[in-house]
Ligand binder design. Structure first.
Ligand code: GDP
Length: 716
């Protein structure tokens, strides 16, 4: 689906909402917990005129964190969307969570963003979570720039922060600014592109959030910085020239490189993900925010700078369909978040890729194969909403009135179907049983939980037939605690939760073979299904695969699919201890059929029997979720923390010390793999081990075999 240039330029304006596509940026701020994402977002909203009082995270008034628990826990969970205007541009900001228990939120936001500003702490540099998110952004090919925040902190070190980007992210991080001073002497920055300085008054000593609200004075580069800044610009030009032939030629000939041409080359290289421009500042002191907004506009892409959105023909993933950012193309849009709102009901956040989404129109959802009617459309500001009639390509809006559309579903024109690629969400790793406070409240509890489960694709509500209990499964302890909190606050259900249970998996450790025989031939119409299987271990993360080595002559092909169904059913219920079997290839190697007695059911049962028997022979083992954990502690508390980690079966991978200053204990980053089962109550325990000074983050990394002694206890 190619477009002519002239059509593309006509496509710039999304008709009556007046959104000028080249002037639109869909961005997110992404950071490790505590790097300052919320503070940066607040300041951006303030400076771009969307709010009049600067919220402070420490006081719990941050407007992006609009859920109560987020305020209390000081972390950002839901991905709210808001928009800001800056220098005649519209910037849509998708709020992304800072806690790893919510990586699914990051994943879904990355799907609909065009660019990201990554915020890193100038003292700690790149931290574990930034590494995870960086990889996710690589996968989705999202251009990024980097804001080195907290330049006012003791121990702030811009060059060190950049070196951690090279070392830990292998990223081509290219500074486009140079800080002037650091810590309490951080008074501004030099823009290496325009070769101008931005100077602020000295930092006051008290923690005066918001009180420094003073714009920078733009001036010449101070004499004492001129030489270093000139060398740094030279370095910048040489790095960008690698990706721009014209610039390279001028550079080699020693010609002057103007601001506009350098800017254009940085923009192209950033959008192409060849470089990641780095800026500096202090969100808390309001330093560097204007320049960050300028950089978002100058260097991050508009929807028109990106390749067409890719989808496929519903039901036929091999037929790729591309849709340009053009209001004249048929509608294609992706629902990326569902929020239940007590006033409006279900709010569905949607990114439009092509065509126009209109209030009241009918659209088609290929996932549910149903038509849906768009009720009202809203443009979201942090806590405020503005009704709009329509939304065009690149826009992000919330829709009301859709009945069956969920996160990850496509909405498209009724006469031109397309399905955008699904968003990948991980399977839950942990569950707790939940019980209503009284029998009478049981229904209400279930209904309320289901509403929350609808919003979050990494949550499941499972009814455990054996115990008769309801299990809530999710991505970690904090994740589940937040849901239980919400049940109480939003729905008034004060449910009791049981002890957390880990979602183990089963697999086999060697190749094995077995036969499944389901034959009943006593009188009347009998049952006949016989099959032989070989099972083989697969690498972690492969799931269950099925293959057939026999032809339709040996066994009719319809029995092959019945056998596969039996295998998948058996895999779901496990062989050792009732956990799902994963990472196994089942190969159908033989079988026999009967002219009248064979049936789908008979082969399904035979497949299931053969699979269970074969896996049992293949030395089955239990796998447990291993979390990647990063613990940050004052270095003089190392002994106690490491001892405790070892007692939890953690495998320490690395320790990195960051010096804070003469005479002060440094900060130690410990990276480890730790079994999920050993992490319960870790936040309380770490707090008491470190008198409240330790922090940690944790996320699922992989599944690993459980040591035999631990597994023995589990089975018993
Ligand atoms: P988030 O977890 O990434 O959203 O981080 P927050 O915005 O909640 O900030 C974490 C903590 O760092 C809060 O106590 C902020 O006040 C503080 N903080 C944020 N920006 C700065 C900064 O530029 N300098 C200093 N010194 N502290 C900051």
């Amino acid at each position: 689906m190619t477009m002519t240039k002239s059509k593309k330029s006509e496509a710039k304006r999304n008709s009556d909402n007046g959104v000028d596509l080249p002037k639109l940026r869909n961005i997110g701020f992404i950071a490790h917990v505590d790097a300052g994402k919320t503070t940066v977002t607040e300041r951006v909203l303030f400076f771009s005129g969307e709010t009049y009082k600067v919220g402070s995270v420490d006081e719990g008034t941050a407007i992006m964190d609009h859920m109560d628990q987020e305020r209390e826990r000081g972390i950002t969970i839901g991905a709210a969307a808001t928009n800001a205007s800056w220098n005649h541009h519209q910037i849509n900001i998708i709020d992304t969570p800072g806690h790893v228990d919510f990586t699914a939120e990051v994943e879904r936001s990355l799907r609909v963003l065009d660019g990201v500003a990554v915020i890193i702490d100038s003292v700690a540099g790149v931290q574990a979570q930034s590494i995870t998110v960086w990889r996710q952004a690589d996968k989705h090919r999202v251009p990024r720039l980097v804001f080195v925040n907290k330049m006012d902190r003791i121990g702030a070190d811009f060059d060190y922060a950049i070196s951690t980007m090279h070392r830990r992210l292998f990223a081509n991080a290219v500074p486009i600014q140079m800080p002037i001073g650091s810590e309490s002497d951080f008074i501004g920055m030099i823009d290496l592109v325009a070769m101008r300085a931005y100077l602020y008054p000295p930092i006051k000593t008290s923690r005066d959030n918001g009180a420094d609200l003073i714009e920078a004075v733009e001036s010449q580069i101070p004499q004492e910085y001129l030489e270093r800044a000139t060398a740094a610009r030279e370095e910048l030009v040489s790095k960008v020239a690698e990706f721009d032939d014209e610039l390279a030629e001028k550079y080699l000939l020693g010609e002057e490189i103007g601001t506009a041409e350098l800017k254009a080359a940085i923009r192209a290289a950033t959008i192409d993900m060849k470089i990641f421009p780095v800026l500096c500042g202090s969100a808390m002191r309001d330093r560097g925010i204007h320049q960050l907004l300028d950089a978002v506009i100058n260097y991050l892409p508009s929807p028109l700078d990106l390749p067409p959105a890719r989808g496929f023909k519903p039901g036929d993933p091999n037929t790729v369909i591309e849709r340009e950012s053009n209001p004249d193309e048929p509608l294609s849009a992706l629902a990326f978040k569902l929020v239940s709102d007590e006033h409006a009901g279900k709010l569905l956040f949607i990114r439009v890729y092509s065509g126009i989404l209109k209030r009241g129109m009918s659209v088609y959802n290929p996932s549910t194969r149903r038509r849906e009617r768009i009720g009202r459309l809203l443009r979201m500001h942090a806590d405020d909403r503005e009704p709009v009639e329509q939304a065009g390509p690149g826009e992000i809006v919330a829709a009301i009135g859709l009945k069956s559309t969920l996160t990850g579903h496509t909405l498209c024109a009724e006469n031109s179907h397309v399905a955008m690629a699904q968003i990948d969400f991980p399977e839950p790793v942990l569950s707790v049983s939940i019980e209503p406070p009284s029998r009478a409240e049981s229904d209400r509890m279930t209904r309320s939980v289901l509403k929350i489960v609808d919003e979050d694709p990494t949550l499941r509500l499972i009814s455990d037939e054996e115990s008769g209990q309801l299990l809530l499964a999710g991505m970690g302890e904090l994740h589940l605690d937040i849901v239980i909190d919400r049940l109480y606050r939003d729905y008034g259900v004060n449910c009791k939760k049981g002890r957390p249970r880990v979602a183990y998996r089963e697999t086999l450790s060697r190749v094995a073979e077995a036969e499944g025989r389901f034959v009943r031939q006593t009188g009347g119409h009998g049952q006949y299904g016989v099959c032989a299987l070989r099972v083989e271990p697969l690498p972690r993360g492969s799931g269950i695969q099925f293959e057939s080595e026999i032809t339709g002559a040996t066994l009719k092909t319809e029995w092959h699919s019945a056998i596969e169904k039996g295998i998948r059913d058996a895999a779901a219920t496990g062989v050792i201890a009732g956990y799902p079997v994963v990472d196994v290839k089942a190969v159908l190697t033989g079988g026999s059929q009967h002219d009248t007695d064979s049936s789908e059911l008979a082969f399904q049962i035979a497949g299931s029997m053969a699979f269970k028997a074969a896996v049992s022979k293949g030395s089955p083992i239990l796998l447990e979720p291993m979390m990647r954990q990063e613990v940050v502690i004052p270095s003089d508390m190392l002994g106690a923390v490491i001892g405790d980690l070892h007692s939890r079966r953690a495998q320490v991978q690395s320790m990195e010390n960051t010096e804070i200053g003469p005479g002060q204990p440094g900060v130690l980053n410990v990276s480890a793999y730790i079994p999920l089962a050993e992490t319960f109550n870790y936040s309380t325990d770490l707090r008491s081990l470190t008198s409240g000074h330790g922090h940690f983050t944790m996320e699922l990394d992989h599944y690993a075999p459980i040591p035999a002694d631990v597994a023995a206890n589990l089975k018993g």
